[in-house]
Ligand binder design. Sequence first.
Ligand code: ZN
Length: 308
Amino acid sequence: MSSNLQKTIQSNIKIQGVGLHSGLKGNLCLKPAPANSGIVFKRTDVDNHKSIIDGSYKNVSSPILCTKIVNSHGVSISTIEHLMAAFYGEGIDNILVEIDVPEIPIMDGSSFDFVEAIRSAGIEEQKSTKKFIKVLKKVEVKEGPKYISIEPLANDLIIDFEIIYKNPLIRTRRHEFKLSNGDLNSIYNSRTFCLYEDIDQIINQGLAKGGSLDNAIVVKENKILNDNGLRHRHEFVDHKILDCLGDLMLAGHRIFGHIKTSQGGHQLTNILLRDFLSNKSNWAIETLEKNLKNAEDASYIRPFAVNA
Ligand SMILES: [Zn+2]
């Protein structure tokens, strides 16, 4: 958050890997993109005119077990959240994400490989100023026992996440992540997880075809089936924070605000973004220099290329 200039990567990044849900091996290519173009996805295996999907919360469809975006032609890309979290944390504003299958590779189940690749490609500062979404009013969403809210906070992002599991090992855990404290590595390194008893049901839904102990933590009663256990003690809840960070990146700009959630997930974060951003009295566009543009001028986050 130290620089107020927009950022992209210095050179192309190529990554290969398998999709968690589809099991398909994909070639991912990240390319530098011009200022104010945002995060744009492109499916290189479909006709050119149908290939672009804007990285927007408006394009999220059925956010069950992963975040999937779809364009007006029905072309989709799944499991974008760990890549989006890497962009959020590394300060990337503009990038073209090319992929030749309908799912981003899961890698080790965390954002680690994406972050390493971005850091080794190098980050390029661009001439345009970063814009942020400043929260003006509290907005909350409740769905049964699940809850998420966003509240005003000056020049920072806090995600206060609580998970509640009946499983004796995961149990109830709560962790507060503050972006300015810079403890991103434990968030980046936290892998996705599931309960052993849920695996059959997930597979019956046609999901997790690429799932293995190499890309997910599997918990059976009070035991972790992966050889080396957890990477750190907050790994379960920190992965949920990672997912939340990635889903927030779909707002189009980083957010100055305080998120509180209990049992949140992809779906709840998307409902919150839709509620929060649909009412322009809830937020304003701000730059780090505090030179607030007038609301009409700023008027929107940025033009969405697809499904505007
Ligand atoms: Zn995840």
